[in-house]
Design a binder for this molecule. Structure first.
Ligand code: NI
Length: 252
């Protein structure tokens, strides 16, 4: 049974058919979902979905792309929302130098505050690291008790080894099925199965052969199949192992 540890079902891309789709994916083998927020409003929406659907859990956090919306009140609200019984992590948080390279120090400060919130609440984190590998690694390494997942992992195999040593999980998404996935496949080779999570990042990052369409958790079968080819496992084995991994990390 599929556990999609990263899907934004609160996104407007699902407004037209959210209820129908969620009912359908659950009946087609999607057993669990974590919906991470990207600011106070989407974190609230993710928790509303978690309240409404047994199989959906939420994470709350402030994404670096939303930096311009940040207020002190917003972070206070994130901290308050994090107390909800179905909030299993702080995320999606991190650094994104691809999107905006000009406010690195502000991004780092926002990231650090939320890492500290996760530690204070004893929750794992969901890390977004885009073109910011060195700083992301340096920041999470400041807090040795911190655990979580590097979502849609795009760093080097060397950095992956260091994260794995420190107890982190690595998330793999649709791009493992793309032609230019060589670097990510090298990371998969060295990542033990018990530290792999499979994620859609729905509505984005649809795997081949659904690339270009709106993504949903059922498409994780294509991601699991590709990972299985690298690890010498069947797609079903990958789905089962990653389900256990997700429930271990998020304590579900
Ligand atoms: Ni995401």
């Amino acid at each position: 049974m599929i556990f999609d540890t990263h899907a934004h079902y609160d996104d407007g891309a699902f407004d037209a058919d959210r209820e129908e789709l969620l009912t359908q994916i659950h009946s087609e083998g999607v057993q669990l979902v974590v919906d991470p927020g990207c600011d106070a409003e989407s974190s609230r929406r993710a928790l509303e979905l978690a309240d409404r659907y047994d199989f959906i859990y939420a994470a709350v956090g402030f994404h670096p792309e939303e930096l311009s919306k940040l207020t002190d009140n917003a972070l206070e609200e994130i901290a308050r929302l994090a107390e909800h019984e179905k909030c299993v992590a702080i995320g999606e948080i991190g650094l994104d130098y691809y999107w905006d390279d000009s406010r690195r120090e502000e991004q780092k400060a926002l990231f650090a505050r939320q890492l500290e919130l996760a530690l204070a609440l004893d929750k794992p984190v969901i890390v977004h690291d885009r073109e910011a590998h060195g700083d992301s690694f340096e920041l999470v390494s400041r807090y040795s008790a911190l655990r979580g997942v590097f979502h849609c992992y795009s760093g080097s195999a060397e950095m992956a080894k260091e994260l794995l040593k420190r107890g982190w999980y690595l998330g793999f998404d649709g791009p493992v099925t793309y032609k230019n996935a060589r670097k990510t496949l090298e990371v998969l080779e060295i990542c033990p199965p018990e530290r792999i999570l499979i994620e859609t990042d729905s509505p984005y990052l649809s795997p081949v052969p659904m690339r270009g369409k709106r993504n949903d958790s059922r498409n994780l079968r294509f991601v699991a199949k590709k990972i299985g080819e690298i690890k010498g496992l069947s797609a079903d084995e990958v789905i089962s192992i990653t389900n256990t991994n997700g429930r271990t990390l998020f304590r579900i």
